[in-house]
Design a binder for this molecule. Sequence first.
Ligand SMILES: *Cc1c(COP(=O)(O)O)cnc(C)c1O
Length: 447
Amino acid sequence: MNTLQDARALDAQDPLRSLRDLFSLPEGLIYLDGNSLGPLPRATSARVQQAVQSEWGQDLIQSWNKAGWFAAPQRVGDLIAPLIGARSGEVVATDSTSINLFKVLHASILIAKTQANTAASGQKASKNIVLSERSNFPTDLYIAQALCAQHGLQLKLVSQGEIAGSLTPEVAVLMLTHVHYRSGHMHNMAALTQAAQAVGALTVWDLAHSAGAVPVDLHGANADFAVGCGYKYLNGGPGAPAFAWVHPRHVSAFEQPLSGWWGHAAPFAFTPGYTAASGIARYLCGTQPILSMTALECGLQVFEAAQALGGMAALRHKSLALTDAFMQLVQTQCAGFGLHSVTPAAQARRGSQVSLVCSAAPAANQPGPAHAYAMVQALIARGVVGDYRAGDASAPAAEDRLHIMRFGFTPLYTRFEDVWQAVQHLRAVLANQEYLKPEFNQQHAVT
Ligand SMILES: *Cc1c(COP(=O)(O)O)cnc(C)c1O
């Protein structure tokens, strides 16, 4: 793709092009932030209004049965299952990613400890480590820190290249985010799961940047636990319920710690003692946000429409073509400005985003690392929405210290023409040094 005409030709041939019409996108905006908050599907407003006016307004409490409110976590979970290589009945849509991580990480720690205690005495290893990446999404690390403190475990944080070598017999759980939120690097889920299980560890995968973005095969990888996010690539709306999956071999073995009544075997028996439901229902806690759940269901119905056009395989094919085109155009159109991609060039190691950084040693007329934030602001002012992620100044690995400009390419609605135009705007921001303007250098609360 070297010209606007090339981009338009690719859009005209795109077998998924009709899916864009299922979204309500602001006119003229190039939205490259669906990895942070997915846009509004066209069907959502009317459906949520119906849930408010008819299900809530007219039918009131009867809607728990009549409108299927009570079964919503499982029904919506069944729409997520095919996107992540899970089976029907194995996923619940519920709570937030942070809360679901707390539940599954707790269960995985208990299982790992029990397995270690029942191992033949000669091979008993003390399972006292939860292993993760130092640059993992912070909420995942915060939740793991609290759980490790409660269970007397150590949270060991390493850089990406050190994970495989850190899988010692002391590791109880390997907890990773499948596609890295900063770099867009995608782990080899099957290989790392196998390596973890070889030392008797369990795996917890966070699919926040994978579900709906790249094909995931939890059963194929023999993963143990997974959680993911509803408001990013699944387009469920701000604060949409997240999801949890547990491999059937573990699901009824352990209780999660938030033993609320929705996870009870018979919630409406109103008995004083807790008996966990069998299966994934026990990973529910309390009453669900039904209006948000309704919106999430609309987001997932877009994937049902995509299924008829080739599903996740077709979406992945387009996603890679979009990210390839963006990487290549940045190289050719923005040459000489010191920008480079930190997202893997290898397709198999890449999610659905491209992350750029500014040169560490900028020449005159080039932006430096500190200009990444203002570059993103200047692009937003031009109608190209990406986002900025600050580096961790005290991180030992250089890649974790980088200030990143992040661009998500959601294949459901992003056009090749959007990629072309975004790069033209990027070049203009660089050529005009728009990142030096004071208005682009003021930090907001949410970046
Ligand atoms: C977005 C994201 C979350 C979000 O967690 P919330 O509980 O929804 O705030 C968690 N983990 C990862 C890896 C994410 O990318």
